[in-house]
Design a protein around this ligand. Structure first.
Ligand SMILES: *[C@@H]1O[C@H](CO)[C@@H](O)[C@H](O)[C@H]1NC(C)=O
Ligand SMILES: *[C@@H]1O[C@H](CO)[C@@H](O)[C@H](O)[C@H]1NC(C)=O
Ligand SMILES: *[C@@H]1O[C@H](CO)[C@@H](O)[C@H](O)[C@H]1NC(C)=O
Ligand SMILES: *[C@@H]1O[C@H](CO)[C@@H](O)[C@H](O)[C@H]1NC(C)=O
Ligand SMILES: *[C@@H]1O[C@H](CO)[C@@H](O)[C@H](O)[C@H]1NC(C)=O
Length: 382
């Protein structure tokens, strides 16, 4: 079995960066990657060949549909030497070291406006496409799925719209897909969870979906779905993702369920953010088994009962938030966690708790019951 990741020396540093732990949503920079060096290495290879000729056609077609370029990035995009174009990175072709080809495009933070033309499929050796923080709009051309080596697609923080770009899921090498902060809408196709994608960001769009049964097939290490119309329940068998899942961020969705006991099997998980949902019931003790957990945010839900002390005893835990719930007990051990937000609960020996009446009313309501799928009907809004 040969390695599936093509090796392009100048871009190796980016591959290495990808393996670094990614920060939680609130700490995330818009791109986890720095821009590549402005002076990429040069090669003693002829600077013209059929692949670069195709790249020339693709890039000219693109330049043609770029409608605003206040930083004059595309001013360098003329003539046949596409490897000199700003934001375009060449390397020897992986299948033929004697020819140069376009290996990456990095136009992060360039204030470009316009669309993506179908012609991008002529960039047949492209591995990286970084367009983060521009004002590109329109839909993602299906022709992008014809790039067999493309493994990192960062379209974040643009004005792309339309449905989920499902065609990208056909990319055999795709490992990193970042669609966050755009105007995509509609379903997230369940096939995404049967791909080999390792980092999947779709937060801050208008997707409307629920976690499908094959969600647990995902081998991703990072899943960030926050601030979308994600509804439904948390799968009961989440623990099946215990080999790979490192960060799960479902903040500000519309999840209406109990927290499954099985979640405690996620022993690689470092960041779990389920805040701003409609979670009910108790905090499972099993979370105390998540020995890698560093950040836990369960704030703004309707959780009740006691905070299991074993969670606060986790050595890795640095930041725990369960504010704005109806919890009525926590151990003093929890006060030792580096960062704790336990406010607006019913823990009356602690400052900044709910009014007593509010707590009494809540505790007098029939307790929320979850069915075998972990789902409940949402209690009436308080
Ligand atoms: C881009 O080019 C235009 C016209 O040549 C010039 O007026 C403008 O200052 C340039 N912008 C930047 C950021 O260099
Ligand atoms: C671009 O690259 C070619 C080949 O390395 C070089 O001859 C040329 O001077 C460079 N600059 C421009 C502006 O074409
Ligand atoms: C990981 O998940 C598998 C499948 O659900 C389970 O059999 C195994 O016990 C889990 N491992 C841990 C350490 O929880
Ligand atoms: C949240 O989900 C419930 C039930 O699934 C639905 O009735 C409600 O409209 C959803 N709210 C939002 C803001 O999506
Ligand atoms: C701790 O977690 C809360 C909630 O997720 C977050 O708002 C806060 O920024 C975190 N603090 C640090 C220092 O990471």
């Amino acid at each position: 079995m040969t390695t599936l990741i093509p090796h392009y020396p100048p871009l190796l540093s980016l591959f290495i960066l990808l393996s670094l732990p990614i920060l939680s949503l609130s700490q995330l920079p818009l791109s986890p990657f720095p821009s590549p060096s402005p002076n990429p290495p040069s090669y003693n290879l002829p600077t013209f060949n059929p692949r670069l000729a195709d790249a020339f056609i693709a890039l000219q077609a693109w330049k043609h549909v770029i409608t605003a370029d206040p930083n004059n990035i595309t001013k360098t995009w003329w003539g046949p030497h596409v490897c000199n174009y700003t934001g375009v990175f060449c390397a020897p072709a992986p299948d033929d070291n004697n020819i140069l080809t376009v290996a990456g495009i990095d136009l992060n933070h360039d204030m470009l406006e316009g669309t993506l033309p179908d012609h991008l499929s002529l960039l047949r050796d492209l591995t990286l496409l970084h367009l983060n923080s521009n004002s590109f709009s329109g839909v993602i051309p299906p022709s992008l799925s014809k790039l067999p080596l493309l493994f990192e697609v960062d379209l974040s923080n643009n004005k792309f719209s339309g449905p989920f770009p499902s065609d990208l899921l056909a990319l055999p090498q795709l490992k990193f897909l970042d669609l966050r902060f755009n105007n995509f809408c509609g379903e997230v196709p369940s096939q995404v969870f049967d791909t080999a994608i390792d980092a999947f960001f779709i937060n801050n769009n208008q997707f409307a979906f629920s976690l499908p049964p094959n969600f647990i097939n995902s081998i991703a290490s990072v899943l960030v779905f926050a601030n979308n119309g994600l509804s439904g329940c948390l799968p009961q068998n989440l623990g099946a993702m215990n080999k790979t899942l490192n960060q799960l961020i479902l903040q500000n969705s519309n999840i209406t369920s109990c927290i499954p006991e099985d979640i405690g099997s996620l022993e690689q998980l470092t960041v779990l953010d389920l805040s701003y949902n409609n979670l009910v019931g108790k905090i499972p003790e099993s979370i105390g088994n998540m020995k890698s957990l560093q950040v836990l945010d369960l704030g703004h839900n309707m959780l009740t009962g006691e905070v299991p002390t074993i969670i606060c005893e986790l050595e890795s835990l640095q930041n725990i938030t369960y504010s704005y719930n109806y919890l009525f007990w926590e151990s003093e051990v929890c006060l030792n966690v580096e960062m704790l937000d336990d406010s607006e609960n019913c823990i009356f020996w602690r400052p900044e708790q709910r009014f007593e009446n509010e707590c009494i009313d809540f505790l007098h309501r029939p307790p929320a019951q979850c069915d075998d799928n972990g789902c409940i009907a949402p209690p009436p809004p308080y």
